[in-house]
Design a binder for this molecule. Structure first.
Ligand SMILES: [Zn+2]
Ligand SMILES: [Zn+2]
Length: 243
């Protein structure tokens, strides 16, 4: 309530600008990106892997695979879906949020994540929204967890509690340059279920939230830990998917 009042008051004095491009948001929803920014984002489009939403070429569907090679081996999560492809404008905005500390982008990008989740999932089915956690050293360095910022509009709109059910217990494990199995091995035992929050996820459906899905190794490992802690089903929502 307090922040809503602040927004109203500050809106009277300060012109509201789009956190994406700096253009005016006069008369528009100040929590979202302007239509130009939103319109310039390349949406994720089918055909994609039914499990991890990896874009698949039309030609490869004639032989019938509806899952990518990585997912055919089985995943801990049921389905992952993202708003757009991690390229162009969306890539720039997510990068600014994560690496330039531009946290003003958290809410607007979170609205896009909510749009995608609303489109692909039945949100009433979930009883907890779990952001992929950062290690405490990274959190201290960055000052915020981008996955948590992105989860907020969805949790508010769908009235689902955000549960910090996972801890990242191992620090930096750079995924850059690693492929498939190596990425999977690299995130093994990096996450643990928070001991005092297991009751909030046990026997429940969880929507796991992350910023970008690349090989899906990270969200798959998070889902594995959640299932081991008693979660019934895990689906994943992200802002972006690497093509
Ligand atoms: Zn804009
Ligand atoms: Zn896949």
């Amino acid at each position: 309530m307090g922040s809503g009042l602040f927004k109203k008051i500050s809106g009277v004095f300060a012109p509201v600008s789009c956190p994406g491009c700096g253009g005016s948001l006069r008369g528009l929803d100040s929590e979202k990106l302007c239509p130009t920014c939103t319109g310039s984002i390349q949406r994720s489009q089918e055909p994609w892997c039914l499990t991890c939403a990896l874009p698949m070429r039309h030609g490869s569907l004639s032989t019938g695979p509806t899952r990518c090679d990585s997912c055919r081996g089985g995943r801990s999560f049921d389905q992952a879906r993202a708003f757009g492809l991690f390229e162009g404008q969306l890539r720039e905005l997510v990068t600014r949020l994560k690496y330039s500390g531009d946290r003003r982008l958290g809410y607007p990008l979170g609205h896009l994540l909510h749009d995608a989740a609303h489109e692909h999932f039945t949100l009433q089915d979930y009883e907890a929204v779990v952001p992929v956690p950062l290690h405490r050293d990274r959190l201290a360095e960055r000052g915020f967890n981008q996955a948590y910022l992105l989860a907020k509009p969805l949790a508010a709109a769908a009235r689902i509690p955000i549960v910090h059910a996972l801890d990242r217990i191992v620090g930096r494990t750079a995924q850059v340059g690693l492929q498939g199995d190596a990425r999977r091995a690299n995130v093994r035992d990096v996450f643990a279920a928070h001991p005092r929050r297991k009751t909030q996820i046990a026997r429940r459906n969880v929507l796991l939230v992350d910023d970008v899905i690349t090989t899906a190794a990270t969200v798959d490992e998070c889902a594995r830990v959640l299932l081991a802690a008693g979660t019934k089903r895990v689906d994943v929502a992200a802002v972006a998917r690497t093509p």
